[in-house]
Design a protein around this ligand. Sequence first.
Ligand SMILES: N[C@@H](CCC(=O)N[C@@H](CS)C(=O)NCC(=O)O)C(=O)O
Length: 225
Amino acid sequence: MAALPDLTLWGVGTSRTIRPHWAMHELGLTYKTKPIGPRTGETKTAEYTRLNPRQKVPLLQDGDFCIGESAAIVAYLSQMYSTPERSLIPEAPREHAKWLEWCFFIVAELDSTSLYVMRRHRADALGPIYGVAPEVAAKAGEYFREQLRHVEVALADGRTFLMGDRFTSADILLTTCLEWAIVYGVGICDNAQPYLERIRTRPAYQLAKTANVALAPIVPVQQKA
Ligand SMILES: N[C@@H](CCC(=O)N[C@@H](CS)C(=O)NCC(=O)O)C(=O)O
């Protein structure tokens, strides 16, 4: 019998860290958590920097292999640990390519150029570190709403998930962005409302929510991400 994987996930408390927690639960994997939080100084220790020179969370250790970037971790887990019963990734080349297209779209357009720009420039978020810029934050929110029209189309006609009737890790990435947008008061598209309701009933989502909570309150320190 194959040995069980030795998985350790570093990071809790953010929209990015919940992604790999959720993928692990969808795949039924057992793993250890190192509940370090962002902006606590815990990503800057010598031990952590050796594992992840980028000094960011999340990070996955799979035996002696380390991988960072939440979307890359989720893709790695999906590829390595999907089974016929629990799969997060389409295998057929063109479906796989469409899955990849969604993953890149969500990370590039919804996360990095919209929500994360808002996070960096809102007065109540990282603005005090990166520069408070209400106009930039507002424009990034508008851009997010504009980009969501692609999600609106994908989820039209009662389609259950981004890739049709099968849940994939692209849905993990999308859900985390939709929830982030709601917290920021940006608002989400119509078809995303019932989609989110469906997703929130998934046991793995609920387990990930619990797993992603910091054991102690995250006390921020003033430093650049
Ligand atoms: N693109 C990266 C972003 C990771 C990231 O920016 N993580 C933040 C928290 S969400 C972080 O670790 N910042 C440094 C720190 O908190 O010390 C990903 O998706 O994993």
